[in-house]
Write a protein that binds this ligand. Structure first.
Ligand SMILES: Cc1ncc(COP(=O)(O)O)c(C=O)c1O
Length: 401
């Protein structure tokens, strides 16, 4: 497969000054009422625990019979870890186009399927950034064609005890990544409403040493540096310095590979998540988590509303939604992405991506920033990140008027 890949090594970006994932526990407030409407009570038989969502996906791909003769339909906008487990099985992958709101383009999907000659075994559908989509039509489309729908809830708050409204109800298999929502060292969940589908899915438990190592990582991460109050005043002078000097923008390259990326470890395929991770997920407050995420997301929406050179992808947060990150489209990744990275703003971007004809995926690869809004962010960190973004996107670019 042909992949576009951005190699940042010539840029020597510093470590992000704020954690991209929750790195400290948020304790439940005794006064808050629990949101029982969205809790679901399935027994353990419906779940298998892996160390990451990618290995849960791998198990799902295997269970639906994906092999070198079978095809996976995957969304054109993706993280490589969504494709890695299919590549590990030697399967063929066809990418289906998405619309600007990241919902599947159903017309293009029909057209794509009409051109595929090999048996299509599965379709992966993703709820991006915690915004739950309605996959009921897609589910019918899959059922009519005997294609297994795998629902990707990796960006959704979906655990053994809680499922965000409307999520995890259409897929034959559902996959989520609890470590993206809770301060734990690992966690990838595989769920099937028909528990018998998981009868042959087995995992091996972590060793005691791995358990201790996991707890140590969590403790280390919780001691993350926090921007000091005075730091906002330094942003302008740093931007002046960066914009005055010639920039090194990194290499955008094309590579050909049929093997999984380095983010996929064959040895972790059937490994169970740490008991400590499951304990954290089971004992953290979901309500505080959702509320803090929503507040931080709204903070980003307000802070970027009048800023030039950028647009929020989802400026309106649906009711009850537990956002994963704040997706922001920027007009000029060169130089804005680079300046933000040099300031130490925490950003993820899916800049390694398999090539497709989807214009949205091609555009979002370098233009869509994933910014943290998790529950462990402090007001000071939010103020610093939004100030850094505001100042960067307003900063004059040499030679551009
Ligand atoms: C939408 C989506 N699906 C699946 C995955 C794989 O999840 P994990 O990181 O738990 O392996 C990711 C990874 O970031 C993702 O963003």
């Amino acid at each position: 497969m042909k992949f576009f890949r951005f190699d940042p090594s010539p840029c020597a970006y510093p470590k992000p000054r704020v954690s991209l994932l929750p790195n400290a526990p948020v304790l439940p407030s005794p006064l808050r009422r629990r949101s029982r409407a969205s809790e679901h009570r399935q027994t353990a038989r419906h779940f298998r625990h892996f160390t990451r969502g990618r290995y849960a996906l791998g198990e799902a791909y295997q269970l639906v019979g994906l092999d070198p003769r079978g095809v996976l339909l995957a969304p054109a906008y993706h993280c490589v870890t969504m494709l890695d487990p299919a590549l590990a099985l030697g399967a063929r992958i066809h990418l289906y186009p998405l619309k600007a709101d990241l919902s599947p383009d159903q017309v293009a999907l029909d057209e794509l399927l009409s051109r595929i000659r090999e048996p299509v075994k599965a379709l992966l559908a993703t709820h991006y950034f915690g915004i739950v989509q309605d996959f009921s039509r897609l589910r019918e489309w899959c059922e009519d064609r005997q294609i297994a729908l795998i629902e990707d809830c990796s960006h959704v708050l979906f655990t053994e005890n809680y499922g965000a409204a409307g999520s995890g109800i259409h897929g034959r298999f559902v996959v989520s990544s609890p470590y993206k929502f809770f301060p734990c060292d690992d966690g990838g969940l595989l769920y099937a409403s028909d528990a018998h589908l998981l009868d042959t899915a087995h995992t091996r438990p972590a060793t005691l040493v791995e358990e201790f190592r996991g707890i140590k990582h969590v403790m280390e991460r919780s001691r993350d540096t926090r921007p000091a109050a005075g730091d906002i005043a330094l942003i302008d002078s740093r931007l002046d310095l960066m914009s005055a000097n010639p920039a090194v923008f990194g290499n955008d390259e094309i590579i050909e590979r049929s093997a999984p990326s380095s983010l996929f470890a064959g040895g972790a395929v059937a490994k169970a998540s740490l008991r400590s991770s499951r304990f954290v997920v089971a004992h953290s407050s979901v309500d505080e988590n959702i509320q803090r995420r929503r507040e931080n997301y709204q903070h980003w929406v307000r802070a970027t509303a009048g800023v030039p050179n950028c647009q929020a992808l989802f400026p309106v947060l649906p009711a009850d939604c537990a956002p994963y990150m704040f997706p922001l489209h920027i007009d000029r990744p060169d130089p804005h992405f680079h300046w933000l990275k040099h300031l130490g703003v925490p950003i993820w971007r899916w800049d390694e991506m398999a090539d497709s004809s989807c214009g949205i995926a091609r555009d979002y690869r370098l233009h869509l920033l994933h910014l943290p809004c998790h529950q462990a962010l402090t007001n000071g960190q939010m103020d610093w990140m939004t100030a850094a973004l505001d100042k960067t996107l307003r900063h004059a670019i040499k030679g551009v008027h």
